[in-house]
Design a protein around this ligand. Structure first.
Ligand SMILES: Cc1cc2nc3c(=O)[nH]c(=O)nc-3n(C[C@H](O)[C@H](O)[C@H](O)COP(=O)(O)O)c2cc1C
Length: 173
């Protein structure tokens, strides 16, 4: 799939078929995520692949009752390992780690889409509950739950016009 097409046609998918996701596809998706730009190439982003029903249900509960984590065949929990980025001090921990994980997540979602899969980025979740369900230690922060599966819906989306968000020379918002 051409990159522009993947970017324009990817949608957040919240409903999935029962078809299992092939392990080779999951590996391709994670490899693409891992090749995102990385501050100082310190590679602070890590991933937990969850297929277990009980753990997915706990993640749905942690997501304030959003159903996607339990409905999707796979959840990929994207984490930041703080000691890996601590070389850059507070800026590394509070900014670079978040930017880096966002870039990884975008690679992940676009690659999934290019392979015929759907994803939804779950940002609204109780981190303490997610950490408990996944055995995540204190120095690691789960920053996103990405649900993954074959789409069972074709939702539409929209964006503000480019003219509203792009300015020439000075901010004019
Ligand atoms: C940081 C972030 C957090 C998000 N959290 C959630 C979430 O908790 N639940 C959800 O259903 N979608 C979530 N989304 C997906 C957005 O709702 C979605 O991207 C937006 O509505 C645009 O739709 P589209 O992705 O289909 O273009 C999140 C997206 C981002 C970038």
């Amino acid at each position: 799939m051409e990159l522009g097409e993947a970017i324009r046609n990817r949608r957040s998918i919240r409903s999935y078929t029962d078809r299992p996701v092939e392990d080779e596809k999951i590996e391709k998706i994670l490899d693409a995520a891992h090749w995102a730009p990385s501050a100082g190439n310190l590679q602070s982003v890590e991933y937990i692949v969850v297929k277990d029903r009980e753990i997915k249900n706990k993640l749905a509960e942690a997501s304030y009752g959003q159903a996607q984590p339990s409905k999707a065949p796979v959840n990929i929990v994207v984490c930041v390992n703080y000691p890996k980025i601590s070389h850059y001090g507070e800026r590394g921990e509070t900014l670079y780690s978040i930017q880096e994980s966002g870039a990884c997540i975008q690679n992940l979602m676009l690659t999934a889409h290019s392979l015929g899969l759907g994803t939804c980025w779950i940002g609204a979740f109780d981190e303490g509950k997610a950490k408990g369900a996944l055995g995540i230690p204190d120095h690691v922060r789960p920053v996103g739950i990405i649900t993954l599966g074959y789409p069972d819906e074709s939702p539409r989306s929209s964006r503000r016009g480019l003219k509203e968000v792009v300015f020439k020379e000075k901010y004019k918002g």
